[in-house]
Design a protein around this ligand. Structure first.
Ligand SMILES: *Cc1c(COP(=O)(O)O)cnc(C)c1O
Length: 393
């Protein structure tokens, strides 16, 4: 196995990887091929929200493995129906389209917005407004929707029809009312862009403008969804009802699946044949989704998330007081950003030496994503390991 960056790997070099090969995970911990144990406060980037290899999902997947893995969307898929019913019962949406990833979910949202407006308002009304520092994915349309030049570098010509307005900026809302685009697409907490929560007043004013002008309000909850911020979806904190919600990361607890959940009005944009996916919501992926969502809902996991978030907030405040290199603690629920003075990637590297996995969100933000199942003891361990990391600077 190639874990040394100086060796040539047969895998294309699209990631700068840490020299660690993970071979096992359980709960908040992972192990490498040398037997080292790490506390994983990345959750596979907000994906393993129930911790690694959660029994509730594992059992359902094992059961499904005995029956059928894949058919195609030419036939009814009972697990997919179940998962759609769970998602709509627990959100403001009415109908669901399934795909395999976050980028594909946003791709579906963008296509739905275009189809919907071309039906309702006619050709020529296709613009989707997104925001600076946003991240919506790596396909051509979603990187075009992304408000970061570094993601778009070298991929010109971009897909037309996107404009980026400044995030949390009230003047941008005037612009929105003037331009009357087909849709807005936004993250309620910008994840990759630096863990920046949207201002509630700004969001509610935006929702009002969207409603008055028949602009679809689409929220990218690929990172914030599935309990990450303390509610099943982050939009619940904002008192809004989006027309489209995109989800992926946490939906299958690590099994690849994505979806958009749309209100009936927007969902009518698609007809049979207008969009599709071979794997989207297949029996195995949907089984993972059903097990994940029903566990979160039935076990009242979100009240644990609230409790553990309060505890984590206290510990992060203590760290901030102790270490002046922490400039700000921000985020929502278990999606936390520590703005640091200095090189965040360097700190992440050092943390690995202390058997702690964390992430960055840009050059000067540490991103902390514990599993929703994390305990106070694990948060204490996280704090000790991060202190040790800061002290070794
Ligand atoms: C990760 C992410 C995506 C892309 O998801 P993929 O599954 O990697 O395609 C899109 N939007 C947001 C907010 C994300 O965090």
């Amino acid at each position: 196995m190639v874990t040394n960056t100086s060796q040539i790997s047969s895998v294309m070099s699209t990631y700068s990887r840490f020299p660690v090969a993970l071979v096992k995970g359980k709960g908040s911990y992972v192990w490498d091929d040398q037997g080292n144990q790490f506390l994983d406060f990345t959750s596979g980037i907000a994906t393993c929200n129930l911790g690694h290899v959660p029994n509730v999902v594992k059992e359902k997947l094992e059961e499904q493995l005995q029956n059928i893995w894949h058919c195609s969307n030419l036939y009814h898929i009972p697990n997919q129906e179940k998962l759609a019913a769970l998602l709509t019962a627990n959100s403001c949406g009415d109908q669901v389209f399934f795909c395999n990833s976050g980028a594909e979910a946003n791709e579906a949202a963008i296509k739905l917005a275009r189809r919907y407006t071309s039906k309702v308002k006619g050709e020529g009304s296709y613009e989707v407004i997104t925001f600076k520092q946003s991240f919506h994915g790596r396909t051509l349309a979603t990187l075009s929707a992304t408000g970061q030049e570094k993601i778009q570098q070298g991929f010109a010509p971009l897909v037309p029809g996107f404009s980026y307005l400044p995030f949390n900026d009230f003047d941008a809302l005037n612009e929105l009312a003037i331009r009357k685009p087909a849709a807005v697409l936004l993250e309620l907490v910008q994840g990759e862009g630096g863990v920046i929560p949207a201002d509630p007043d700004w969001v509610s004013k935006m929702a009002q403008i969207c409603q008055e002008n028949d602009i679809l309000l689409m929220v990218d909850e690929v990172q914030t969804g599935i309990g990450r911020t303390g509610t099943l979806f982050a939009y619940e904190h904002y008192g809004i009802e989006p027309d489209v919600i995109s989800v992926a990361k946490g939906l299958g607890s690590g099994f690849p699946i994505g979806a958009i959940i749309a209100k009936e009005k927007a969902a009518k944009g698609f007809d049979p044949g207008s969009h599709g996916s071979t794997f989207g919501g297949n029996p195995l992926a949907s089984a993972a989704g059903v097990a994940t969502i029903s566990h979160i809902v039935e076990s009242n996991l979100l009240s644990h998330v609230k409790e553990i978030t309060e505890y984590l907030d206290l510990q992060l405040q203590e760290l901030k007081e102790k270490f002046p290199l922490i400039k700000e603690v921000r985020g929502k629920g278990l999606l936390k950003g520590l703005v640091v003075e200095g090189d965040a990637p360097e700190i992440v590297k050092k943390a690995i030496g202390n058997k702690l996995l964390i992430l960055t969100a840009g050059p000067n933000v540490l991103r902390i994503l514990p599993p929703l199942t994390a305990t106070k003891e694990e948060i204490n361990e996280f704090k000790e390991k991060l202190e040790k990391t800061f002290q070794s600077k």
